[in-house]
Structure formats: C-alpha cells, structure tokens
Ligand binder design. Structure first.
Ligand code: SF4
Length: 386
C-alpha cells in the first residue's frame, strides 16, 4: 500500500512537470488575486527575494518535446541549445502568460541573448537580467551582488512587490528548510538507491520549481518519511555520478534508461536551483548581504559559475569520492557551450583518478532512446565483465 502510494506521488509530479499550462501556478494566482508570478531561467535565481516581495518564483525549464518550434527558429540560429528555443516558443505561443515577469542571469551568451529577445518581443512584461559575479575571489564580489539584489528589489517594488528585511529573513528560513529536505533525499538516494530511484528523486525535487515552496516542503517531508519504509529490493548496480545536465534538462526517459541499464545515479547536477547552497543561508543580520555572501562563498561548483579559488574539476573529484562513485557519465545538452568547455578538464580529472567515464549528448526533443540505451548498456557491461 505504502509502495503504491509513493509511486502514485512520483507519477503525479512527473505529470505536473510535463504540463506546460503551469497548473500549480494558476491555482496559486487564483488563491492570491493580484499577486504576481515571476519565471526564472536556469540555473540559479534569488528566489528568496521574489518570495519575500510576495511573488511566486517559478523555475522555467523549456518545453521538452511537447511544443513544436514554429516561431523561435526565426529568432535564433541553428547551433543553439533547445531550452533557449523552446522557452522563446513558449512565450510566442502564450504559454508564459501566467508570468508577469521573467528573470535571466549571466550564465552564458545564449541565455543573455534570450533575455533581450524576450524583452523586445514582450514589452508588457517585466524582464530583467541579473549580473552574477564572475570573480568570487575579489573582495568586491559580495557587495557587488548585494547591490545587484538591491536593484532587483527596487524593480520588483515598482511592479507591485511589497518587500522588507523581515520578510526576506522569513523567506530565507523557508528556503533553507526546502534545501535541507532536498539534501536529505539526496543522502538517502546515495546511501540506498533502491529506496529512491534517481528519476523519482528528480521529479520530486524539480517539482519545487513549479509550485509554491510551502507546498513543496510538505511534499519533500512526505517523501522523506515514506521512502525509507518502502519494500524495494537492493540491486547490484554501478554507482555513477551524472555531470553536465545543469541547465537544459534531459528527457526523463534518459534518466530512467541510465538506471535500467544497470546504474545507480548516486549524484548529479540536474535542476540545480534547490541544491545551489551547500549549507543554510544565515537569516540573521542584513539578509540581502547574507544572500549575496552565500552565493559567493557557500554555493556548489557549476559550469556556469566561475570560482578561481577552487577549480570545478576538483569539485567533481570531491563529489565522486563522497558518493563512492564507480564511474562518471557526462550528460550534456547539445550545443551547451559551458558543458562542452568543462568536459575537457572534467575528463582529465576523472582519468587522473582512474575512474571510467562515458559522454552522452541529449536534447529536449529526443524521440528514440535506443542508441543512448545501447551506449550505457555497453559501458556497464565493459566494466562489470572486465
Ligand atoms: S543549456 Fe547551456 S548553452 Fe543552453 S542556456 Fe543553458 S547554459 Fe546556456
């Protein structure tokens, strides 16, 4: 009964993620007339600030295979990742209508261009571009980002946001609780992957992008309480870290086929936003400064966040050690420059550590998975029967 219930929960949230009409956002808006929803493009956004301003932060993740590209191709060239085109297509076909605002940040050239294409095409919406610091080793970075956040707060106030520091402290505490629960699910998955499959963990964590944080916390608590009591059997699988899928998300089928081919995904960088901070953001003192300080000093490594104090490949090395990984699968979105650039130093690092690795490429609109399945199966067999 418990197993059936929890499986239904995963199916329900998988369906929610595939629904391009944002039902949970619409429900929230009906229950909170006059309040605004702001969509943010991956990988990171200061959701606490949007929440504290009385708005609903919603993580955008493209349209997967559920929208034909008819307008976006005319505005972007061919060698651009899918999420850029499907997000624009969503705008051009009315799918972003529930959002009064859209927030982008300096993760890559494509995202930067999308922000300004959106601005030109949707002048009635509030569209902003956050400059996140690219040199965290500079003593000016924290103050620079705090100033950028204060500018954002000013903009949100002009479109109806109602903000003060106490509200921000309360929002930080709420999102800390969400992140703590996400960390707990990831720890359970790494220790007992048979109790929480990677695709199950993925849908539950990513659901937090498209629903109010208060409801997401309740969902995470429910899964954290019930997953350890499942009757699932242990499998003899390869423990793998998946790296490279931090922005555009792979089709769910790809995550499932990696598992079905004989891997336990014990760590990943899917849908990074709710895992962005490595520890709680302090909620005392100046909360804007605390949030900026956390971005600079307490966040995960990422191909879209440059930190000369600790190279990203050392972050990957640590991840593989902590998760006791047997291998690394590089899972990269087609035409994602930050993922391609990092593939070389990441690959050198895992080779230095003697870890086997496999590189796979995906795009949102993948309809046949057999080639990928064969590649993963061959990789697993080559290691198991070595
Ligand atoms: S998938 Fe890569 S290239 Fe595309 S928007 Fe995201 S970070 Fe940029």
């Amino acid at each position: 009964m418990l197993d059936l219930e929890i499986e239904r929960t995963f199916d329900r949230y998988r369906d929610l993620l595939e629904d391009l009409s944002f039902p949970a956002v619409r429900r929230w808006k009906e229950a909170n007339p006059g309040r605004k929803a702001v969509g943010f493009f991956p990988v990171y956004a200061p959701v606490e600030i949007l929440h504290a301003a009385g708005m609903l932060p919603v993580g955008l993740a493209g349209a997967g295979d559920r929208l034909d590209i008819q307008h976006a191709d005319a505005r972007f060239g061919s060698f651009i990742c899918s999420i850029i085109k499907t997000t624009l297509e969503m705008g051009m076909t009315g799918h972003l209508e529930p959002f009064e605002g859209l927030l982008f940040s300096s993760i890559c050239d494509s995202a930067r261009n999308l922000a300004f294409v959106m601005k030109r095409n949707f002048p009635q919406k509030y569209i902003d571009f956050l400059h996140l610091p690219h040199n965290p080793s500079s003593p000016a970075s924290v103050e620079f980002l705090a100033a950028e956040y204060r500018r954002l707060i000013g903009e949100l106030t002009t479109i109806g946001g109602d903000f003060n520091d106490d509200k921000l402290r309360a929002s930080i505490a709420l999102f800390n609780r969400q992140r703590e629960l996400v960390r707990r699910l990831y720890a359970l998955r790494a220790a007992s992957p048979h109790l929480l499959r990677a695709w199950e963990c993925y849908v539950v964590v990513r659901a937090g992008n498209v629903m109010p944080v208060e409801e997401h916390i309740a969902l995470l608590e429910q899964v954290a309480a019930s997953a350890p009591r499942r009757g699932a059997k242990k499998r003899d699988s390869l423990r793998v870290v998946v790296e490279g899928a931090f922005c555009e998300q792979p089709p769910l089928e790809v995550i499932r086929l990696i598992e079905e081919a004989g891997c336990d995904i014990v760590e990943d960088d899917f849908a990074l936003a709710p895992r962005w901070f490595t520890e709680d953001v302090p909620s005392a003192g100046d909360p804007v400064l605390a949030l900026a300080e956390a971005y600079v000093n307490r966040s995960v490594y990422s191909s879209v966040r440059h930190d000369f104090r600790k190279p990203r490949w050392l972050g990957l090395a640590e991840k593989t050690k902590v998760s006791r990984a047997d291998a690394v699968i590089f899972l990269m979105a087609k035409f994602c420059e930050p993922a391609y650039f990092d593939y070389v130093p990441f690959k050198q690092q895992v080779e230095l550590m003697g870890l086997p690795h496999l590189a796979l490429e995906y795009e949102e609109k993948l309809f046949t998975f057999e080639r990928l399945r064969t590649e993963v199966e061959t990789f697993v067999e080559s290691l198991v029967f070595d």
